[in-house]
Ligand binder design. Structure first.
Ligand code: ZN
Length: 484
């Protein structure tokens, strides 16, 4: 009796497959398989390397322009006719070169390794200063600081920074925060307020190095540092690159990523990974259409690499104000290159009612492919966290931009956010079968190199190429189900 059961079940199952067309979606359709097979790990990784090599790709800087040209070239190679969006002026910090070194005591001369300049630091010539540890920055800012460099434990307020400079401080060293997994030997990047006239530069220091310097100073030893910075700070326009895969209809899905490094650092995960993902999804879909493996899509698919996170997205909305109703959905890649604790794909903003159809498509394919070779181990939707380009399409933002406040489904796909694990209560009704954690809580995975001097390919995308591969496959499969 026991032996006969499985075969009976098998018969039932195949009959079901035959009768219910929806169930035919899986086992994997030919075209989803073909799309997935064409996603190239080598290309995804190389593109991240190429982008990081260009610098921090801040919109309006030389490195930002080079990055836009690179994206244009890649789209053209894939057979698109990309266009450049006219972005608004912004104050762009263009860092040319900088140096920071401990000169005394001599045994600390090799200490500085993975530190980083804060954005909007002014240019200063090669200078030498004695370092002081300002345990209480409030008190320190009132002292005579003529020619002294100050080491502080946390970023200081603009007011305090100004007071320190007015009292003669030559530069500011900011220690990285204390976190379980991040910033021990590399620096979290914090910035000065955007201004052309900041008086003194800021250097971000790793936590271990800051502690080392503090302990030497508390031993009453003299610490001398030598530093310089060369940067231009000017109003300039970021360059956003847009390419469209034409469909039968003007209505379209928008696949996007911010092209600048979020922090002004190398930004391999945040967000060269996202840019590389957009380019790869575009390339493979175009190739399938050109080679007639699939027809022209029913709806168009537009790809955008924003020159400047949020700002360029706002500009896109302003410039397309009369055609916003054509946007069927936005899928934004931000940080798809790494994740410390899980191999999970996240689809964000399940607390937004009108995102439901788009997110159910992602959730379903997330479940169907989870655990399969070449895909992800886990996938889940999660509530809104804010702070990335998909939010610019939300009605509240559209109202602020004075354009029709439509309900445009808009989600972000990522594999890790922030610099430590974050627990969020799951939105009721959104329990993915591909989530291996508790049903009522989503643990948002993180990057140990978030906004840091070591957000480089070797530490993020190259350690876990499966993250980018999975994100591109998920979005490609979603498009094949939605736009064709
Ligand atoms: Zn980002």
């Amino acid at each position: 009796m026991r032996l006969s059961r499985p075969s009976k079940r098998r018969i039932h199952f195949s009959v079901l497959l035959f009768l219910v067309p929806g169930a035919m979606c899986f086992p994997q359709t030919r075209i989803e398989k073909e799309f997935s097979a064409k996603v190239s790990k080598t290309r995804l990784l190389e593109q991240v390397q190429d982008l990081v090599r260009l610098g921090s790709r801040i919109g309006g800087t030389a490195s930002g322009d080079k990055s836009a040209s690179y994206v244009v070239r890649k789209f053209k190679q894939a057979g698109f006719k990309p266009i450049i969006q006219n972005d608004p002026l912004r104050l762009a910090f263009d860092l040319k070169r900088w140096s920071l070194r401990v000169t005394e005591p001599r045994d600390l001369r090799r200490l500085i390794k993975h530190e980083w300049v804060g954005a909007y630091s002014p240019s200063v010539p090669d200078s030498k200063s004695e370092l002081l540890y300002a345990q209480d920055p409030q008190k320190a800012s009132k002292l005579d600081l003529k020619g002294k460099a100050l080491l502080v434990d946390n970023p200081v307020s603009t007011k305090m920074y100004q007071a320190m400079a007015e009292n003669g401080a030559s530069c500011l060293l900011v220690a990285s925060p204390v976190l379980e997994r991040a910033y021990s030997d590399w620096a979290m990047i914090t910035d000065l307020p955007p201004s052309k006239t900041n008086p003194i530069p800021l250097f971000n220091v790793s936590l271990n190095n800051a502690r080392k310097l503090q302990s030497v100073l508390q031993d009453s030893q003299t610490v001398m540092i030598r530093f310089s910075a060369e940067a231009t700070i000017d109003s300039a326009r970021a360059k956003t690159v847009i390419a469209t895969l034409e469909g039968e209809s003007e209505q379209y899905y928008l696949i996007c990523a911010h092209g600048d490094s979020d922090s002004g650092g190398p930004g391999a995960d945040d967000n060269a990974s996202g840019v590389s993902g957009v380019l790869e999804a575009a390339r493979v879909l175009k190739e399938l259409v050109v080679s007639r493996r699939i027809p022209k899509p029913k709806f168009s698919v537009r790809f955008a690499v924003w020159g400047s996170e949020m700002l360029s997205t706002e500009q896109y909305i302003r410039l397309n104000a009369r055609h916003l109703k054509d946007i069927l959905g936005v899928m934004n890649f931000d940080q798809i290159g790494t994740g410390v604790t899980r191999d999970c794909l996240y689809f964000e903003s399940n607390d937004v009612k009108y995102n439901e159809p788009l997110l159910r498509t992602l959730e379903r394919l997330g479940e169907e492919y989870a655990g399969r070779r070449g895909y992800w181990n886990e996938a889940t939707t999660n509530p809104s966290q804010g702070g990335t380009d998909s939010y610019v399409f939300f009605p509240s933002s559209l109202r602020r931009l004075n354009v029709p406040d439509l309900e445009i489904p808009s989600v972000t796909i990522f594999t890790g956010a922030w610099n430590e694990l974050k627990a969020m209560p799951q939105t009721p009704g959104w329990n993915s079968k591909a989530w291996r954690g508790p049903p009522d809580t989503v643990y948002i995975d993180f990057s140990a190199y978030y906004h840091s001097s070591l957000d480089v390919p070797e530490r993020t995308t190259e350690r876990e190429p499966f993250n980018m591969i999975g994100a591109v496959k998920a979005v490609g499969i979603a498009l094949l189900r939605l736009a064709w």
